[in-house]
Write a protein that binds this ligand. Structure first.
Ligand code: AMP
Length: 316
């Protein structure tokens, strides 16, 4: 089958008009939000989106609102031309790629004003949390927060992260106006947060969770894996190994989460990883569970070298 050339759209007005035109023809639009540097994990979301909608939009945007100034925004990998080639190769193709330059740039006037205002921002604690959006002096000051769900797991060490994710996803929903949006369960907390936001704010959008795609050695695919040295990559495999062992232990009757967590933490630290968190949680509320009585999910994040690897979604 000939590869399909997606329309490349950079302006939000143009994106909205494209989508509205499609929907006025009675067709459905599916959105797959990404930060680019695409791999098979992203492409699997597109395949999933094809099951739920007729036309597919992939957004490629590295969102400064979810990075704190000390995080890796400037070194986040990108390869736009490679991404387009990969999108052309997906079975069924992609209809539009939305790749805006800056979704927080509203006007030149507000820029200077907010730069001054931000001199009073505390880095955290006093109610203000600062992302690269505030740091750059954007006029943007409206944030979507999922009060409880955003605080645990990845949210503990990254206080601006889910605020930024929920806000950019809201912006993308308002610009693309999709019928369906697909998220990976690799970022389990993110998927659950978006589901909750859509329910709580009455977005008329179906949220689909798509399964984790791993490399042949078991490492979950991630754009950031490119930063792992071969040794760090080898060590990072301890995360998937520890999840597999925990799952087997649970299936063999171990219901005590403390024991299962200890086992996983030991495997990862022995491999040289530094644990960020290892939590067994209820699948929707993400509340910590002490004893397994119903389906749970084991969420783990650890540092290997300078690289943070997280993994949720290995339901046990
Ligand atoms: P990112 O570009 O890393 O922001 O990811 C964009 C989307 O792809 C998110 O919904 C991720 O959860 C999803 N994703 C990333 N890696 C994988 C993977 N290995 N398997 C499944 N989904 C993934």
């Amino acid at each position: 089958m000939a590869a399909k050339d997606p329309v490349i759209i950079t302006e939000k007005g143009e994106m909205r008009n494209w989508s509205r035109k499609i929907r006025s023809q009675g067709k459905t639009v599916g959105l797959v939000p990404t930060m680019g540097y695409l791999h098979q994990g992203h492409l699997s979301l597109i395949q999933e989106a094809h099951k739920h909608s007729q036309l597919i939009v992939v957004s490629i945007y590295v969102n400064p609102g979810q990075f704190s100034p000390s995080e890796d925004l400037s070194t986040y990998p990108s390869d736009f031309h490679g991404d387009i080639l990969k999108l052309k190769s997906v079975l069924g193709g992609v209809d539009a790629v939305f790749c805006p330059k800056n979704l927080y740039d509203y006007s030149n006037n507000s820029k200077q004003k907010n730069k001054n205002e931000n001199e009073n921002c505390a880095s955290d604690g006093g109610g203000w949390v600062v992302s690269c959006v505030e740091e750059k002096g954007s006029g943007h000051e409206t944030w979507v927060r999922i009060e409880r769900l955003e605080k645990g797991l990845c949210g503990k060490s990254r206080p601006v992260f889910f605020r930024g994710v929920a806000t950019i996803v809201t912006k993308l929903f308002n610009i693309v106006e999709p019928d369906v949006a697909v998220f990976g369960k690799k970022d389990y907390q993110q998927w659950r947060i978006i589901q909750r936001m859509v329910r709580d704010l009455d977005f008329a959008i179906e949220i689909v969770g798509s399964e984790v795609i791993r490399d042949s050695d078991g490492l979950a695919l991630s754009s950031r894996n490119v930063h792992l040295s071969p040794e760090e990559r080898e060590k990072a495999l301890s995360i998937s190994r520890s999840l597999v062992s925990a799952k087997s232990a649970a299936e063999e009757g171990q219901v005590k989460c403390g024991e299962l967590k200890d086992l996983a933490v030991k495997t990862i630290t022995q491999a040289g990883g530094r644990i960020d968190y290892a939590e067994i949680v209820e699948q929707e509320s993400l509340e910590a569970v002490e004893e397994i009585k119903s389906p749970v999910v084991f969420c783990i994040a650890a540092w290997f070298g300078k690289q943070h690897q997280s993994m949720g979604g290995n339901g046990i």
